[in-house]
Design a protein around this ligand. Sequence first.
Ligand SMILES: CCCCCOc1ccc(S(N)(=O)=O)cc1
Ligand SMILES: [Zn+2]
Length: 254
Amino acid sequence: MTGHHSWGYGQNDGPSEWHKLYPVAQGNCQSPIDIIPAQAIYDPCLKPLSISYRSGSSLDISNNGHSVMVDFKDMDDKTAIYGGPLESSYRLKQFHFHWGASDDSGSEHTINGKSFPCELHLVHWNAKKYMTFADAVEATDGLAVTGVFLEVRKTAQAGLQQKTEKNNSLHFNPTSLLPPCLDYWTYPGSLTTPPLNESVTWIVLKEAIQISDKQMEKFRTLLFTTEEEERIQMVNNFRPPQPLKGRVVRASFK
Ligand SMILES: CCCCCOc1ccc(S(N)(=O)=O)cc1
Ligand SMILES: [Zn+2]
């Protein structure tokens, strides 16, 4: 392992290079994937997704060098999901986005090879079974990530209209980031960024939400770099689809 160099989405440190530092990148349960609806298996045993994002107070919005992220105080199960393919409730830890330099790419999951301009990930962990998020990341039933596709329309989605007040804690109600219909596909997968752990039950919603082109442009004003470094626009922070390797994608709907 050559020294601790960080990973990114560029030519020299991007997804095709990650396996050198994170060999699991070439594992059998990697994410994202291309979802082919005609090949998904409708599973009548799948329960509806239950989402109770009671007014969990979110922390500040932050740029972690790879995405823009909203962290949640995850001390209790006030903001959690359960039902669906899950055996337990999973506590919301953070949500973040992946997007492109233009509207023709940006999402991580694709549907019949089609990309969306942006994809929201709501990251939850099994706090019933594990003591910390870091412990959950190491376990195959440790995490559940809900993926929501974002489409760009002229009309703005209220939930994303929040002004990011400088230094005030944001009160994002992530429920406003969910579409009315919670039909989903689910499959066993991984984190889509290093360390790429295969500890995620993926729940990808069928219905996209709309954001305005203004909000999409705001994502593209973010930077991968810090003040000192030469500026690099934070765009195309998505990993391409990975081999399915025999995994079955189940659908919660006919
Ligand atoms: C203990 C270290 C883990 C830090 C990394 O956490 C992640 C990484 C990727 C995703 S994603 N794009 O698959 O939703 C979610 C959470
Ligand atoms: Zn993500």
